[in-house]
Write a protein that binds this ligand. Structure first.
Ligand SMILES: [Zn+2]
Length: 360
């Protein structure tokens, strides 16, 4: 997503901030400043920044445990509704998934405990309550917020932390797919409840969260189904052997004219049996519209250095495509291109196979 900028990195993980988060900061500053002066505006700003530092620590908690299990974390992004740590792959072992999921809320409970003890030392006798979320005292506000964050994330609404713990528990009793389906269903029910409750108490935050949860549950369920149906499949099973390739010296007009004779959307660019890159139909049409027809395939193609062999698992092909941000890879055997594998051919294969093995 391009709407996020990089803030820095912690433990080698890039930390990104979504630009809408800045709107949130501005909103809190101005709404507080207009009510009770710039000084209070700054205090409320400081509170939000510290609160999100806690959210970041929560995500780092997930990341630290995930990394211990060998999972790579590509980034942590802060959104106005919270943080998201992008894990390359969640382990299919219930115990590990539960430990990764619970680490975040545990960080918040640890922070709450530390703030409680800190406040007791700094200001003995002061009351720490849930009442003052953006209250007069920064420490009591942060204490309550961490307690709430920890508890809220434990609600079993997949894909929230509590929902992942629930899936882990279910997966230790039934198979992974079934567990995901149930966790996603329960997550969607919670999403609906959040929307309705939010509308009833006229709180805009809950419906927005409910919507995100619903989309999250749907997409995670689908990607799990896809992953599961690809299990055991090799590139050789799904590769396309009858395909159209383009030459780098070909003009855009020629390439387009030839592309109309096939359903293919992505074309390998090949010269003398050597794979150079990928050119998509969409890119060709865009170039024709914006830059005219006097161009060569070479200048439009996206260079790609990856390839797969027929014996590679299909999941590996998907991983490499994601890494290169392309929808096509050449399949190479004994230094020869024997076919291509495309994102849509994988999806098609998976859909067929999932249709055949679906249980509900
Ligand atoms: Zn979490």
């Amino acid at each position: 997503m391009n709407w996020a900028f990089r803030l820095g990195s912690v433990m080698g993980i890039p930390i990104r901030v979504h630009f809408t988060f800045l709107l949130l900061l501005a909103f809190f500053f101005f709404s507080e400043a207009s009510r009770s002066g710039a000084r209070n505006g700054l205090r409320s700003l400081a509170f939000i920044v510290l609160l999100f530092a806690c959210v970041l620590l929560h995500e780092l908690g997930h990341s630290a445990v995930a990394r211990r299990f060998g999972v790579r974390i590509t980034s942590i992004t802060l959104y106005p509704f919270g943080g998201i740590a992008a894990l390359t792959e969640i382990p299919r072992e219930p115990a590990k998934e539960i430990l990764i999921a619970i680490a975040g809320p545990l960080v918040n409970f640890g922070l709450a405990a530390a703030l409680f003890v800190g406040a007791a030392f700094l200001r003995p006798g002061e009351h720490l309550g849930l009442a003052s979320l953006t209250g007069a005292h920064l420490i009591s506000g942060l204490f309550s917020a961490n307690l709430l964050l920890g508890l809220f994330n434990l609600i079993p609404a997949y894909p929230m932390d509590g929902g992942r713990i629930l899936r882990g528990i279910l997966a230790s009793r039934t198979d992974y797919l079934q567990a995901t389906r149930w966790a996603a269903r329960i997550g969607k029910v919670f999403a609906g409840v959040f929307v309705v409750v939010g509308l009833l108490i006229q709180d805009w935050w809950l419906p927005v969260l409910g919507l995100f949860l619903f989309m999250g549950a749907t997409s995670e369920e689908q990607s799990t189904l896809l992953q599961a149906s690809l299990e055991g499949l090799r590139v050789g099973d799904l590769m396309i052997t009858d395909y159209l390739s383009l030459s780098p010296a070909e003009t855009l007009t020629d390439a387009l004219r030839r592309s109309f004779h096939t359903f293919q959307e992505d074309f390998p660019v090949i010269r003398d049996g050597i794979f150079l890159g990928v050119l998509t139909r969409a890119r060709m049409l865009e170039a024709l519209r914006e830059e005219g027809r006097d161009q060569y395939v070479q200048s439009l193609a996206k260079g790609v250095n990856q390839w797969v062999s027929p014996a590679d698992p299909v999941r590996e092909a998907l991983r490499r495509m994601q890494g290169e941000r392309v929808g096509l890879l050449p399949v190479v055997e004994e230094n020869r291109i024997v076919g291509i594998v495309t994102f849509s051919s994988i999806l098609r294969g998976a859909a067929l196979l999932a249709g055949g093995t679906r249980r509900d």
